[in-house]
Design a protein around this ligand. Sequence first.
Ligand SMILES: *Cc1c(COP(=O)(O)O)cnc(C)c1O
Length: 422
Amino acid sequence: MQHAFERRDDTLWIEQLSLPALAERFGTPLYVYSQAHLTQQFQALTDALKPQPHLICYAVKANSSLGVLRLFADLGSGFDIVSGGELERVIGAGGDPEKVVFSGVGKSAAEIDFALKLGIHCFNVESEAELDRLSERAGRLQVRAPVSVRVNPNIDAQTHPYISTGLRHNKFGVAQVHALNLYRQIENSPWLEARGLDCHIGSLIMTPGPLIEALDNLLGLAESLAADGIELDHLDLGGGFGVPYHDEAPFELQQYADAIKDRLGNSNLKLVLEPGRFLVANGGVLLTRVEYLKPAPDADGRNFAVVDAAMNDLIRPTLYQAWHGIEPVVQHADIAPLAWDIVGPVCESGDFLGHDRQLALAPDDLLVVASAGAYGFVQSSNYNSRNRAAEVLVNGDQVSIIRQRETISDQLALEQLAPWQR
Ligand SMILES: *Cc1c(COP(=O)(O)O)cnc(C)c1O
């Protein structure tokens, strides 16, 4: 199933619950996740990789709700984190620190110490300076830090510039030609241990080609390292494989998995992957309600449907020009469709969820914004002092809140007046 929801007669359902019932019970805007869909994506990836030994490290930043993390922990997943906060979340959700890889260009000393004490699987190091800091922190704690160097294979992932990470001019990783020096630096430190080699070339990659090219580069480098006496345990190919948001052909998962198995089948290298979007994007929706219909006053005006979700809830359309499917939850047979711009209440012209959607709409209609499971709630903010949405997890005919709707007192809790203002 491509999406988490399906239409039965004229109404949308997620698993055994209708979306109008969920909106009635929890209010809108509301993030809804399907446990069945998330599980199915994890299983599809695991099945495609069989029998290759591997560790899937779910990229926490895609959706870091404790309920979602627990679900993946229960499925045996590891985690790819990019901050100490994400590590706290993984531990809070019952994740295993030994299955955690720590990515990111700016790890602080405190974050490194926290991860060293927990004994994570690997630090994916992105610079020589970070390697120095890691060695120094590990020395203080008298532990050895497991290390992988993130190389930047200079491959065009053919995706949006903001989510392309494997090109020379991106801030991520180190150029392949410098990697050997970094591994020598690792070998020379009593506090560092070379474990792996990693890359992550971008996000929303729709064909295996660029990912396989990156794998081949990594394998070449691993061979040079071996020739230099540096033996690794694993190759970490990052994440980045996409899912369809619109009418794109799905990512050829089996083709990618077969290419990996072909190349790693006879080696001793274990495989690590860091998928985020692939596991969660289409497992979640954002439910929103029409506040006002504001049809065009004349022939060259635009029709606006003002809804109760906004760019502060889902910023992908504004930030990446991303396209999300938008559909009425209950279809009207008796209303003529019009081309609507679906916009939120935030005071910005960039506040939109979709442009020019041919939809039959009435006031108070519920709309579903599809593919909102990845990079949705996690990028939400309080802009315009809007409370962040609630999140619920559906499992068959059960549903539970996994994050309460924020209140204005939650928002104001950290603020105070300066003494001279009181
Ligand atoms: C964001 C990120 C991922 C996950 O990317 P997806 O496109 O969501 O699969 C994996 N690894 C690293 C290092 C990342 O920064």
